[in-house]
Design a protein. Structure first.
Ligand code: NAG
Ligand code: NAG
Ligand code: NAG
Length: 489
């Protein structure tokens, strides 16, 4: 297929939620492959009520006591005040790129209308600081934190009105920051945003309906809303990419893409039913988003299973959304086993109303064997995932200790998986460790830590301290010729 062939040229950016081997060095990757780390606005910045920032749906969600540990991102890692020191740490770590997200409600407090000059200044300062230090700037426009004003006005992602407001916000970002930004990711994990926010209710805005919610929700409809929200996200993505391409790309020379949660799925057995179930799982989790953006429509299997609850693209919309990716960001944390289930009985993590009719679990229910694996990640799964994306379309371990040997192994393994995929012809172009510093985590507050740098949340000064993983990453990035086992461990 021509579209598929063209898609082979799409770049892949891999982001893993953290992180021994010998035998590879930084030099085994092409010079233009970048190694970075990432954060997101609500999880990192804090300063939630400072300098004119408007509330986002995450402020509302956390202040309603929705986190298990009752925490909020009011202070988080205090990146709003500490960004300068953090960029200095990035330089010391040898990061080649940094990806952060912009808080829409810090820049445009009510979601639409006047720009907050202090918000503008904050992002200009970070970008200048990175540029000055030669760190490539990757910006995520949206990481789950919709301005509360738009949620109140028209239920945010459930309304097509979001397309126009988001595009106007993106226009401000491109215009103000685009001269220094090389990579724009429009949306973070729209599949997770749709499911967490509208199916399970675990993420803001916390909507769901029985029996699908993981938490108790007062409003929502898990059978319908996840699909509506994702549909509006896809239309928004497309409109924003078209805006960038028409108005900015020639001049600014950046590239635009998306980022999706894409766990690898192994069929539990060799049976045809399980093989098909594993494929359905892929179609329902990331084909849901990627298939429209490449081919202009949802995967056939989704249309068939979901029927009229799945919104459809008009002819005009199909043309609009098709081909709106310069790169795909692949978020991979671990892999799953998938087995077939009769329709309606399917229960699983992460699939809207279980139309997928498969069971995905982290353990093999017959032997009790862990899927490879949640705590250590599955580097080989990432390699398979990357190869699968190339063919189809052209969280893991947290450690409280600064001595996070397990995460060192995780990151090492993932980088090896990426290297193998590259050697097998995948056009992977970057790797971002999640996260640069410990932050407020969306599922667990401050109870899990994924940073390369430890943040002491008990100390009001929120000091940073390099973990073993930060030192390993630094040694790797600075090892131009040495095999990795020489790096001090
Ligand atoms: C969800 O919406 C569908 C379609 O409108 C409706 O049939 C169903 O009853 C709704 N479910 C809930 C829990 O409101
Ligand atoms: C990478 O490839 C080597 C050689 O084929 C293999 O031994 C190793 O297990 C692979 N690593 C991953 C993470 O897939
Ligand atoms: C953190 O890593 C160390 C070293 O690998 C390990 O001994 C410890 O159990 C880990 N802690 C947690 C909470 O996973």
């Amino acid at each position: 297929m021509a579209a598929a062939a063209a898609f082979f040229c799409a770049l892949l950016f891999i982001s893993v939620q953290h992180g021994v081997l010998g035998g590879y060095t930084r030099n085994d990757f092409p010079a233009d492959f970048v190694f970075g780390a990432a954060t997101s606005a609500y999880q990192y910045e804090g300063a939630a009520a400072e300098d004119g920032r408007g509330a986002s749906i995450w402020d509302t969600f956390t202040h309603a006591g929705k986190m298990k540990d009752k925490s909020t991102g009011d202070v988080a890692s205090d990146g709003y005040h500490k960004y300068k020191g953090d960029v200095k740490l990035m330089t010391e770590t040898g990061l080649e790129a940094y990806r952060f997200s912009i808080s829409w409600s810090r820049l445009i407090p009510s979601g639409r209308g006047a720009v907050n000059q202090q918000g503008l200044k904050y992002y200009n300062n970070i970008i200048d600081e990175l540029t000055k230090r030669g760190i490539q700037v990757h910006v995520m426009l949206y990481h789950l934190d919709l301005p509360q004003a738009l949620e109140d006005e028209y239920a945010g992602w459930l309304s097509p009105r979001i397309v126009e407001d988001f595009t106007a916000y993106a226009d401000v970002c491109f215009r103000e920051f685009g001269d220094r930004v090389s990579h724009w990711t429009i949306l973070a994990e729209p599949n997770v945003a749709a499911l967490g926010g509208y199916d399970t209710g675990e993420f803001a805005p916390g909507r769901c309906s029985d029996p699908f919610g993981v938490t108790k929700c007062t409003v929502g409809n898990s059978s319908v809303e996840p699909y509506v929200a994702a549909h509006n996200m896809i239309l928004t993505h497309a409109a924003v990419v078209r805006l960038y391409r028409e108005k900015y790309q020639t001049l600014q020379k950046g590239i635009v893409g998306i980022n999706v949660l894409s766990l690898w799925s192994y069929p539990l057995t060799d049976s045809t039913a399980d093989l098909q179930a594993a494929q359905r799982y892929k179609d329902f989790t990331y084909g849901w988003i990627l298939h429209p953006l490449v081919f202009g429509d949802y995967p056939q299997v989704m249309k068939k299973a979901i029927g009229s609850r799945l919104p459809s693209f008009s002819k005009v919309q199909t043309e609009l959304v098709k081909g709106t990716l310069d790169f795909i960001g692949v978020n991979h944390y671990f892999s799953l086993y998938v087995s077939d289930l009769p329709l309606a009985k399917g229960v699983r993590d992460f699939i809207a109303d279980r139309s997928v009719s498969c069971r995905a679990s982290k353990t093999d229910p017959s032997s009790g064997q862990q899927a490879p694996t949640q705590s250590m990640g599955d580097p080989h799964g990432l390699q398979l995932m990357l190869q699968h994306l190339k063919e189809s379309y052209g969280k893991a371990s947290s450690n409280d200790s600064v001595d996070d040997t397990d995460r060192v192994d995780y990151i090492k393994g993932y980088i090896e998986g990426v290297l193998n995929a590259t050697r097998n012809g995948v056009n992977a172009r970057g790797y971002f460790a999640w996260s640069f510093v410990d932050m407020f985590e969306l599922l667990s507050g401050y109870q899990t830590r994924y940073g390369l740098y430890r943040v002491d949340f008990d100390d009001a000064a929120l000091p940073r301290r390099a973990k073993r993983s930060a030192r390993w990453y630094r040694d790797f990035l600075k090892s131009k010729r040495q095999p990795l086992q020489i790096a001090q461990l």
